[in-house]
Write a protein that binds this ligand. Structure first.
Ligand code: FAD
Ligand code: NAI
Length: 480
């Protein structure tokens, strides 16, 4: 059989990879995308969408919604005069809904590949060498057969996997990473979580809302250290007091034992030796880049000190025509960051001016209330010696938030004291994930706080709080 040859071969079909493949095909390149995982596909077929669609962003947000509705029915309906008897959750139905959403989306990407004429190659991709200025990529199928394809350009988008802790073996039944934690068959009575990061908080709150007693053990002494300090403080108050999530900071995990009665975790904190017993344990202590088995050493593909593929600002590696995007390279491990890099690389390959503005990548934590930000935190500005002004407005003063019965949190805008340019926007509150887009657009356009202050915002909407925060930068808020 003659060797198949492509202009662009993408290794990995997650958000970074599949978007790079679609954009490359749109630009007229003969493109293939290699994916090896079938995740939980009932037919055992390879599934596109990577961590995000299969075991990350999408299933977690589906469960968040179910748990929020349950929580509202339990606690919020009553203030609207809606009475409920015999409220119960059927975890099986909730999981099937989540699985159906995942299936719909992963099949959707297969459809997009067909539409854009991207060839899907099922198997594990690895570098096999270089011949006649073409990269030789081995695609090893599940049955062990290998096909070598040739490529002018290679985009590595192999993503990341959960970091493991020594002595805490994940079986995804009792001790779980994100995969098992998204597929519990019943609500655990006592749920332990190691790591109060994004996954710990999002999934911890899902199961808390559904009735678990949740305890989160976090190594760092500070809570949500990456967020703006005012947001972290507000989130701590809401999660630990109002929502009764137990979060212990500054812990050192010791021995973890599994027995007939569950899991026992020995740990130390400022108050000495402690013990937590639980029925399920989620380990969410960060993720590591997937570079093993890629054949990096075969071709001399350089890694950085953290084991990620080393790239420049346009995702070029040290090898000619080899690029890398998404979780496997530096920068935040976020789906939208990977997708933007995928587009940038395809456009650079086409000789266009591909570009990602790393200063304007939004962060969202899908707890309730949601937390979202873009740009610098107050801590960063202080450390950098930048003079700034602050406008901070609570949702409590907003008519729509009151109508919705959801007044927690605030919008905080940070602007340069000299130029008024927006340097950072931080939101904790209902719909923060949607509200932050206005701030991202503003920052991308180099807006000043006065620009937002002069824009007409629809009434009554939550976005009026963004407007008021911009006015508050100049100490002229109208409704607070
Ligand atoms: P991945 O999505 O990891 O995809 C890489 C793909 O490459 C995988 O399918 C893998 O099987 C495949 N692969 C690896 N090696 C090979 C090989 N050698 N050959 C062939 N295929 C290979 N981000 C957000 O922005 N918003 C969220 O709300 C969010 N929620 C999350 C919730 C959870 C529980 C988790 C775990 C993550 C979440 N993330 C979220 C992060 C997001 O999922 C990742 O940033 C994103 O999936 C990274 O995309 P990627 O394409 O770089 O890698
Ligand atoms: P994370 O980096 O957000 O949080 C890990 C937490 O575990 C940190 O607070 C860390 O201090 C703590 N930790 C590390 N070692 C520990 C130990 N030995 N004992 C106790 N605590 C320890 O990582 P997480 O939550 O695993 O998520 C991985 C990545 O997935 C995130 O960084 C994010 O990029 C992405 N993600 C994004 C989401 C979103 O955008 N909404 C949602 C979920 C995940």
């Amino acid at each position: 059989m003659t060797k198949r040859q492509f202009d662009v071969v993408v290794i990995g079909g997650g958000p970074g990879g599949y978007v790079a493949a679609i954009r490359a095909a749109q630009l007229g390149f003969a493109t293939a995308c290699i994916e090896m995982e079938s995740y939980a596909d009932p037919k055992g077929e390879v599934r596109l969408g990577g961590t995000c669609l299969n075991v990350g962003c999408i299933p977690s947000k589906a469960l968040l919604r179910s748990s929020e509705l349950f929580d509202e029915a339990k606690h919020a309906f009553v203030m609207h005069g809606i009475k409920m008897n015999d409220l119960a959750i059927d975890v099986g139905v909730m999981m099937r809904r989540k699985d159906n959403i995942v299936t719909q989306l992963t099949q959707g990407i297969r459809g997009l590949f067909k539409k854009n004429k991207v060839t899907l190659l099922a198997g594990r991709g690895s570098f096999a060498g270089r011949e006649d200025e073409l990269w030789q990529i081995a695609v090893t199928a599940q049955d062990g057969t290998t096909e070598i394809v040739a490529a002018t350009h290679v985009i590595v988008a192999t993503g990341s996997s959960p970091r493991q802790l020594e002595g805490i073996p994940v079986d995804n039944v009792t001790i779980c990473d994100n995969v098992g934690a998204l597929s519990f068959t019943e609500v655990p009575k006592r749920l332990g979580v190691i790591g109060a990061g994004v996954i710990g908080l999002e999934l911890g709150s899902v199961w808390k809302r559904l009735g678990s007693e949740v305890t989160i053990l976090e190594a760092m002494p500070d809570f949500l250290a990456a967020a703006d300090p005012a947001v972290a403080k507000e989130a701590w108050k809401i999660f630990t007091s109002k929502q009764a999530l137990k979060i212990h900071l500054g812990v050192k995990i010791g021995e973890v034992k599994q027995g007939a009665k569950g899991i026992a975790i020995e740990y130390e904190n400022g108050e000495g030796a402690q013990r937590l017993e639980c029925d399920k344990l989620i380990v969410s202590v960060g993720r590591v880049p997937n570079t093993a088995g890629l054949g990096c050493e075969t071709v001399g593909l350089e890694l950085d000190a953290q084991g990620r593929i080393a790239v420049d600002h346009q995702c070029r590696t040290n090898l000619e025509n080899v690029w890398a995007v998404g979780d496997v390279v530096r920068g935040p491990m976020l789906a939208h960051k990977g997708m933007e890099e995928g587009v940038m690389v395809a456009e650079c390959i086409a000789g266009q001016a591909g570009h990602v503005n790393y200063e304007a990548i939004p962060w969202v934590i899908y707890t309730h209330p949601e937390i979202a930000w873009v740009g610098k935190t107050e801590t960063q500005l202080k450390n950098e010696g930048v003079e700034y002004r602050v406008g901070q407005i609570p949702f409590l003063a907003n008519g729509r938030a009151l109508g919705q019965g959801d007044t927690a949190g605030f919008v905080k805008m940070l602007a340069c004291a000299k130029t008024d340019r927006i340097l950072g926007v931080h939101v904790i509150g209902s719909n923060a994930s949607e509200l932050i887009s206005e701030a991202v657009v503003a920052m991308e356009f180099g807006a000043v706080a006065e620009d937002i202050a002069r824009i007409c915002h629809a009434h009554p909407t939550l976005s009026e709080v963004m407007h008021e925060a911009a006015l508050a930068v100049d100490k002229r808020a109208l409704h607070f």
